[in-house]
Design a protein around this ligand. Structure first.
Ligand SMILES: N[C@@H](CCC(=O)N[C@@H](CS)C(=O)NCC(=O)O)C(=O)O
Length: 95
């Protein structure tokens, strides 16, 4: 089991597809929220993450950034630890 991964995307977004592929290649399940045309969610994302681009990815509720950030975490070997630690924290909290 891994941490809950939530990814906000929009249609026709190459970086979103790249992030989906990376997670799928690692066998990591994720929840995808398509916010195409959803200005309220994009506004909330900007306020929450400070970023106006998609994808925006959250691991165990914490914003980690977009595809570049996801790939960098993976290349540094930190993504697996985040996914594992997030799952442990969720289990402890009963979520
Ligand atoms: N460095 C970012 C780049 C993301 C990016 O440029 N996404 C484009 C869509 S593919 C975007 O959000 N453009 C602005 C917009 O659509 O409002 C990442 O790796 O996620």
């Amino acid at each position: 089991m891994t941490a809950h991964v939530k990814m906000y995307t929009r249609k026709w977004c190459g970086y979103c597809t790249a992030a989906e592929r990376l997670l799928e290649a690692k066998g990591v399940a994720y929840e995808q929220i398509d916010c195409t045309g959803d200005h309220a969610t994009r506004k909330w994302l900007l306020e929450t993450t400070g970023r106006s681009t998609v994808p925006q990815i959250f691991i165990a509720g914490a914003p980690i950034g977009g595809y570049d950030d996801l790939r960098a975490l993976d290349r540094r070997g930190e993504l697996d630890k985040m996914l594992w630690d997030g799952a442990q924290a969720s289990a402890r909290n009963g979520r």
